[in-house]
Ligand binder design. Sequence first.
Ligand code: A5P
Length: 234
Amino acid sequence: MTNTQSMGDRDARKREAAMAAVAMVDDGMIVGLGTGSTAAFAIEGLIERVRGGLRIAGIPTSERSAKQARAGGIELTDFAHHTKVDLTIDGADEISRHSLDLVKGLGGALLHEKIVAAASDRLVIIADEPKLVAGLGGTVPVPVEIVAFGWETTAARLARLGAKPVLRMTPDGAAFRTDSGNLIVDCHFGLIADPGQLAQDLSATIGVVESGLFIGMAATVLVATPGGVIRLGR
Ligand code: A5P
């Protein structure tokens, strides 16, 4: 199987998971719009349903997702108008199959994603099977959003927590900036023994805005496998 074919297969699976989540959206809902390639399939599906008459308002987790939704005709709103989100559909970088805890943020939107997830009645995570793991941290680093001022000192504190922190860069060699103007350090911990404790330690680190560990937040995980979409829930 070529790389091109396997990427095509992965996209097809991501789309299947996305469509299963889109089917959970009801008329009149405020919907959190996630970020990333899987979430983009969900926004595509929501656009189709809106064209078919579904009335929703979306709260996007990134400029990217806002642009896609707006271009497709989804009405957008914000927390000045709605303090509660009925359902959020988002992707993830790793999902613990037992706890449903997550690593998120490789797409750079973790802070806004966490704010929207925390305001949501229900966070639905969509993914293809390689994202489902026995333990977090084995395949991806934990993205940590930090303030730019004194970032070197924050990175040194993160290293003392056991991470190998790497400042995220753009392809043209500049430091990556989030939609809130912060930096991201990708923290390589390896397999994480206690993700809940690590999330607390990261939150307590001076200079850290938010980490990509989403503990106890996902209500439902929809994973597309070769045999169909499986649904995991807490
Ligand atoms: C965005 O900041 C991330 O949290 C995404 O949810 C995550 O990177 C998943 O992206 P893909 O769906 O592109 O794998």
